[in-house]
Design a protein around this ligand. Structure first.
Ligand code: UDP
Ligand code: MG
Length: 239
């Protein structure tokens, strides 16, 4: 797969103190890569100065695009809207809180092409102990019930083929199952170890209990989806 244009799709919910630095980091990395790019911020109904920060930045850089929701609709909704509006053939997602490190992208891109999706694995995760334990259990249960071997499906830093991604309809919570959903579309998926950083500014938007409850419910839907997925190969046709 030859890349023509990368779309960075970045959900933003009350991240005003992180936007500028994130923009600088992504731009720094993008300038070292031989591809055209856009940075698509999806403001998920922030009620702080996030949108304003984005609008100030775009005055000096036409790589910046944004969508702003009227209300907070959640990370899945923000990602889904971003995928819909992204104009690149390659989509790179990451969080806007600086926990992901854009400097991992060049290494991840080495696997892209041979693989249709390259997903980050935060092997040295900088989150609270309770979050790390919850994530270990979550990934274990998810792998067991979906027949996967992904260590860290919650890592937002992902590189994906836009044509495959755009076929997927994402419902609330389903962004956590993107490797599985992409596989259903025929994608080859590779997990690559990435850096992870502590959140310095702003707050985490999730509690463990909420994530566990919703996650289990979503898991049942994904299991159903895997079983009921329509998959056929055409032997012959005249259309
Ligand atoms: N986010 C969002 N809408 C929400 C909740 C979160 O767009 O309703 C964004 C948030 O701004 C961040 C990313 O999703 O860029 C991940 O959120 P967070 O860092 O709070 O999750 P954690 O790292 O704690 O799992
Ligand atoms: Mg975070």
């Amino acid at each position: 797969m030859t890349i023509k244009k990368i779309s960075y799709v970045i959900p933003v919910y009350n991240e005003e103190e992180n936007i500028e630095e994130l923009y600088r980091e992504i731009t720094g990395v993008s300038k070292t890569l031989p591809y055209n790019y856009e940075i698509l911020f999806v403001d998920d109904g922030s009620n702080d100065g996030s949108l304003n920060k984005i609008k100030i930045l775009l005055q000096n850089d036409k790589h910046i695009k944004y969508i702003s929701f009227a209300q907070n609709r959640g990370q899945s909704a923000a990602l889904y809207a971003g995928f819909t509006y992204a104009s690149g053939d390659t989509i790179i997602t990451m969080d806007s809180d600086l926990q992901n490190d854009p400097r991992d992208i060049p290494n991840m891109l080495k696997y892209y092409g041979e693989y249709d999706m390259v997903t980050g694995w935060r092997y040295n995760r900088k989150d609270t102990l309770s979050k790390r334990i919850a994530s270990k259990i979550g990934n274990g249960v998810r792998n067991f019930l979906t027949n996967e071997t992904i260590h860290d499906t919650g890592c937002s830093l992902k590189i994906m083929r836009a044509d495959m991604l755009k076929k997927i309809k994402i419902f609330k919570g389903l962004h956590r199952f993107l490797p599985t959903l992409m596989r259903l579309e025929g994608a080859k998926v590779k997990e690559v170890k990435v850096n992870h950083r502590q959140r310095i500014h702003g707050e985490s938007k999730y509690t463990n209990l909420k994530r566990a409850k919703e996650g289990f419910y979503d898991l049942m839907s994904v299991r159903w989806m895997i079983k009921r997925y329509i998959n056929y190969t055409i032997k012959d046709k005249n259309v």
